[in-house]
Design a protein around this ligand. Structure first.
Ligand SMILES: [Zn+2]
Length: 279
């Protein structure tokens, strides 16, 4: 649970006039900021167990002083109280305290039942981290209304709209460009391949690899795709044979990769162009 904490701070910025955004962020992330220090001091313990949840390999063996509900409340009181002492702003202090506590609530949703109610007390947690889709929904569904304009979207549905979400989404969807023509894609694919080959021959291997990777993207866009924003997504499932060939080609040294890709691309491009590159 990382991004969702930011989301709560962003939401608070909308409604809380006073504390600066940085302070709100600090509040939402406070106990995660303290946690590594406590781990280094050996007051709290973490172990690394690959596969323990779908999302993170961290086993939080013991973290009563940063991640128990009781200490969450104490940190909340401390930060809220400190802010009030400095600024004499009760509303702001309460928002900060609420954000500190919101961290525990979000972590409670994400973590395995390893979050103590108080040091030594019963441990709770809903374990969203066991489910990658569940985590992604919570982690990546959070946008600031202005920020959402930066997103790209192909398929969407608005289920609940308490602002102008539907309007904004429609604007974004209409802005996502129409797919490029096949001729353009073939031209791009061959040009990138040729440039990649020449750079590989000159020993510019990193640049060559980058070019060849882009050529493969154009090639993928020429095939049937499951995601028109990123034609490489799930390519293996739709075109297992092509995917296996490309994967094998990518493992060769850069010059050989370019030559192997040329043969894979050949059936999809004009013969004369392929012949010209072969030479
Ligand atoms: Zn945390």
């Amino acid at each position: 649970m990382f991004i969702a904490h930011f989301g709560f701070a962003m939401a608070a910025r909308r409604v809380a006039p006073q504390p600066a955004f940085g302070t709100l962020l600090l509040a939402a992330m406070l106990v995660d900021g303290i946690w590594p220090v406590f781990v280094l001091l050996e007051w709290e313990r973490v172990e690394i167990v690959p596969g323990i949840t779908a999302v993170t390999p961290l086993l939080f063996a013991s973290y009563p002083y940063t991640h128990s509900l009781l200490f969450g409340a104490l940190w909340a009181a401390l930060l809220g109280g400190g802010y009030y002492t400095l600024r004499r702003d009760r509303g702001g202090a309460l928002w900060l305290a609420a954000l500190v506590l919101s961290h525990w609530v979000l972590d409670f949703a994400a973590h395995r039942p390893d979050m103590p109610l108080w040091p030594g007390g019963p441990k709770v947690g809903l374990g969203l981290w066991y489910s990658l889709p569940g985590t992604l929904v919570v982690e990546f569904a959070i946008f600031d209304p202005e920020e959402i304009a930066l997103a790209r979207v192909n398929v969407y549905r608005v289920l609940l709209d308490r602002g102008s979400v539907a309007e904004r989404m429609a604007a974004i969807a209409s802005r996502v460009e129409a797919p490029p023509s096949r001729d353009w894609l073939i031209g791009q694919m061959l040009t990138l391949l040729l440039v990649g080959l020449l750079r590989a021959q000159r020993g510019e291997l990193m640049s060559a690899r980058a070019m060849l990777g882009k050529a493969v993207q154009r090639f993928a866009a020429l095939q049937e795709t499951s995601d028109n924003l990123d034609p490489l997504r799930r390519f293996e499932q739709l075109h297992p044979e092509l995917a296996a060939k490309i994967e094998a080609a990518m493992r060769l040294d850069a010059v050989q990769t370019a030559r192997a890709l040329l043969e894979i691309f050949a059936p999809f491009a004009p013969e004369r162009a392929i012949e010209a590159i072969r030479k």
